[in-house]
Design a protein around this ligand. Structure first.
Ligand code: GCU
Length: 669
């Protein structure tokens, strides 16, 4: 049955017209590494599946090449320069009779094989190829928010795929399938456990379990990392303190790192959430983020490991605008972090909203490796039941201009290290993977996992091209399908923005679970977990004033960016109420008063989901009934809930502003 387990690696026979001549593949060299045999195996599997025609004796062939085959490299004058340890080239030589996939390493060859197969899967010609590709970002990681009891924080696709109880002895075949899928999109690391970490994950039994996973992942070029709880020296080390300047604490971490590297020689390093949302951290001892990060960096450094220290920090004791806290806490320490520390920054300053302006730390820390954290799991975008392709959202952030070193200082160029010359670059994605047969909770949520990998490889890639590739690989390369499907995907996130949080509104979801509308949420344990804190609606107007007259969050951006956000005549209306508090009758660019414009966007969001449903119905001829039916059911849920969002939000704001519905707008049923 078509249940989605095969992801974008289905390798179903291509339509005859797209097949081309079948190709011959040689045998892997007897002395080859496990990675090289995987590369050969994948190529065979792909070719056999996509083009089941028998190759003739004189059919064109494909050869996989590493530097040990120096004669081939010399014969075809292959230039391996610039490919680094993970890049590859694909070239057709001998008048089209031979295609070489060459790399400096075996994993580079594996990546090249996946690229070659992707070309076939998407119906591109493979007759005359001249491709070179190398990742622009060094650490391309999934962050699993998986707990040791197999629950997943913000997971909407079943339980954790890590079966901790049966590990290390039982190695579920799914681990290899997971690694293969990741390798196919260039992901080279996985943080196994939740950032809200338990110290248990660093005890001997769990290190052995992590080591078993690392063994499975290794041939696919994937390293294992762990989230570390800062107070571990107390909880599992028998110490009275976790003060990063205490010699016993430093010794604990050094010994712990040595122990881990003994079991996992290529262990990647630690991810840390400290002094945020109640987690322990160096500030508990009057120390700084840099003190904490550098201590851990020193422990893993000799082994080649890194520390990813999260900048998602805020506390309710701090009365300042929550959007300002990350910058305020980190900017002063620029240049004080060790070389093997990467400060990991969420794309926006609040928390993975359907739309946020880019985080002001991007461009503001030229002397500190800064990495990007995206959220693949859709905590604030309707979980796995709403279809929202996140490619355009990530692209929007990556293309945003920080202006920090003049025009063109995009977030992508911060993240790929070019702007500031970072020694280490990182893109992390909070995974949406679980035990559901389809991995991600819905068929279309697989696209977000896929797009994350492709953008981590190349932050300047096009979200639309990625959507087309994914649709072709996952369903069919038939253009009558991929065109409308990709268009539907490209508009889907904007539809969510419209029916949930148009025009820069944010954090209006139900309390704590974040599903469904809750713009009325107020009071409770902390102001910054409520909606009214963010929309500030009253009889007169709506929006969060973050200009110099308000919280002055704009002051954290480079002057040119700040000037644009502050100026009502320049700001893009998509960010309007993020930065400004405006009267309900403020005249928007459409000519409509703000209230009317807001309602029209809410309604537009609902309409767009209706259009998505119609598109999907029209695509039935190209999709197997199982997956088509599943997506259709989810879209029906989304349509109903988009209406719920629109009606509840509009009715709530009416209860505040007392305004009638704009002309032509239907009242809630
Ligand atoms: C969000 C999310 C939490 C998570 C936190 C984080 O606030 O709701 O579940 O722990 O982000 O990124 O640390």
């Amino acid at each position: 049955a078509e249940d989605g387990y095969d992801l974008w690696l289905r390798y179903k026979p291509l339509p005859e017209a797209m097949r081309g001549e079948p190709r011959i593949v040689g045998q892997p060299p007897a002395s080859g590494s496990p990675t090289l045999s995987l590369a050969y195996g994948e190529l065979r599997r792909g070719l056999d599946g996509l083009n089941p025609d028998e190759p003739g004796l004189d059919a064109p062939s494909i050869r996989l090449v590493t530097p040990s085959q120096s004669d081939t490299i010399a014969a075809f004058k292959l230039s391996m320069e610039g490919l680094g340890g993970e890049g590859y080239l694909i070239r057709t030589v001998q008048g089209g009779r031979l295609t070489v996939i060459a790399a400096n390493t075996d994993v580079g060859v594996l990546y090249g094989v996946f690229h070659y197969l992707r070309l076939m899967q998407t119906g591109a010609s493979v007759e005359r190829l001249d491709v070179r590709s190398a990742p622009k970002v060094r650490y391309r990681l999934l962050n699993h928010w998986d707990n040791l009891d197999r629950s997943v924080e913000r997971g909407y696709s079943g339980q954790s795929i890590w079966d901790w109880w049966r590990l290390p002895d039982v190695k579920d075949p799914r681990y290899a399938d997971y690694a293969r899928a990741n390798a196919s999109i260039g992901i080279n690391g996985a943080v196994l456990n939740n950032v809200n970490a338990k110290s248990d994950s660093l005890t001997a039994p769990y290190i052995a379990k992590a080591a078993a996973l690392a063994d499975t992942f290794r041939p696919y070029g994937i390293k294992v990392y762990l989230s570390a709880r800062f107070s571990s020296p107390i909880e599992i080390g028998g110490l009275k303190t976790a003060d990063p300047l205490d010699p016993a604490v430093r010794a604990f971490w050094k010994t712990k790192a040595d122990e881990i590297y003994k079991a996992i020689p290529d262990f990647g390093g630690f991810l840390v959430k400290a002094n945020s949302e109640g987690q322990p951290g160096p500030q508990d001892y009057g120390r700084t983020h840099a003190d904490g990060a550098n201590m851990l960096a020193q422990a893993v450094g000799p082994h080649g490991g890194i520390v990813m220290w999260r900048a998602f920090v805020y506390s309710h004791e701090q009365p300042d605008d929550r959007a300002k806290q990350g910058y305020s806490e980190f900017k002063p320490f620029d240049g004080e972090f060790a070389e093997n520390v990467i400060v990991q920054v969420k794309n926006g300053a609040i928390d993975f909203q359907p739309r946020e302006p880019f985080h002001p730390l991007f461009g503001a820390m030229p002397k500190t490796n800064l990495g990007m954290e995206f959220q693949i799991t859709k905590e604030y975008l309707g979980f796995s039941t709403h279809l929202a392709y996140l490619g355009p959202m990530w692209e929007e952030v990556l293309k945003a201009d920080t202006f920090s070193a003049g025009r063109g200082s995009t977030v992508a160029r911060v993240v790929d290290g070019k702007l500031h010359g970072y020694s280490r670059t990182l893109m992390a994605g909070v995974a949406n993977i679980g035990t559901d047969r389809n991995w991600s909770g819905s068929q279309f949520d697989q696209a977000n996992w896929y797009a994350f990998g492709r953008l981590a490889w190349d932050p300047e890639a096009s979200a639309e091209a990625i959507a087309r590739d994914w649709a072709a690989m996952t369903f069919t390369p038939d253009k009558r399908f991929t065109g409308p499907a990709a268009a539907m995907m490209m508009g889907s996130r904007e539809a969510v923005v419209d029916y949930m949080t148009p025009m820069g509104l944010h954090h209006l979801m139900g309390r704590s679970h974040h599903y469904g509308p809750g713009p009325w949420v107020a009071g409770g344990e902390r102001a910054d977990w409520t909606s009214v804190y963010y929309h500030k609606a009253d009889k007169a107007g709506i929006g969060f004033d973050r200009t110099a007259k308000g919280s002055d969050a704009v002051g954290q951006y480079a002057p040119l960016a700040a000037a644009t956000f502050s100026d009502l005549s320049k700001i893009d209306e998509k960010d309007l109420l993020w930065f400004h508090h405006l009267s309900w009758d403020y005249r928007t660019r459409s000519g409509r008063p703000l209230w009317d414009e807001l309602v029209s966007r809410y309604s537009r969001g609902v309409r767009r989901v209706g259009e998505m449903r119609a598109t999907w119905t029209s695509l039935a001829p190209y999709v197997d009934p199982e997956r088509h039916g599943e997506v259709a059911t989810y879209l029906a849920i989304q349509r109903r809930e988009a209406q719920w969002w629109r009606d509840a939000s509009v009715a709530y704001f009416q209860s505040i502003n007392g305004l009638p519905l704009p002309k032509g707008e239907a009242p809630p049923p």
